[in-house]
Design a protein around this ligand. Structure first.
Ligand code: FEO
Length: 163
């Protein structure tokens, strides 16, 4: 069964959203590098790679289902994030938004009785639980650090150890 036009369009939009996530996290990495947080910058660049992998997983799925991948423009991300805490909060809020997008895709697949897409999306549903958890824990850590340089230094080293 070929992907419906509706589902194809919706997944193409998600490819755009995942690509924007990659771009946003790379912009955040650049901000962290500019304020002397190379560890968090590394964490965010790794996150950027993950988002590209999310986009590519959708890409291959569309092709596998006989659909047509259409890439849309990616908007410019912000350049200033205010503070490390507000940046971390923005990552968390962004992941919550992405979870909403994935759930909406799932709702569409369910409404269309597109069982294959529902099964495919389960990977993303689980991934979002992990993504939100990681982002939330980092927010808590920045809150605990409370701007103390020594703690921030240690936190940055910890974030820089991400593989
Ligand atoms: Fe692709 Fe961070 O969700």
């Amino acid at each position: 069964m070929e992907l419906s036009k509706n589902m194809e369009t919706a997944i193409n939009k998600q490819i755009q959203a995942e690509s924007y996530s990659a771009y946003l996290y790379l912009a955040m990495a650049a901000y962290c590098d500019s304020v002397g947080m190379p560890g968090y910058a590394h964490w965010l660049r790794e996150q950027c790679e993950e988002e590209l992998a999310h986009a590519m997983k959708f890409y291959h799925y569309v092709v596998e289902r006989g659909g047509r991948v259409v890439l849309e423009a990616i908007q410019q991300p912000p350049t200033d994030f205010g503070s490390l805490l507000s940046l971390a909060q923005e990552v968390y809020a962004h992941e919550q938004k992405v979870t909403g997008l994935i759930h909406a895709l799932y709702d569409l697949a369910a409404a269309e009785k597109d069982y294959a897409t529902q099964v495919f999306l389960q990977w993303y549903i689980n991934e979002q639980v992990e993504e939100e958890d990681n982002a939330r824990v980092i927010v808590e850590k920045f809150k605990m650090a409370g701007g103390h340089p020594n703690i921030l230094f240690m936190l940055d080293q910890q974030l820089g150890a991400r593989e």
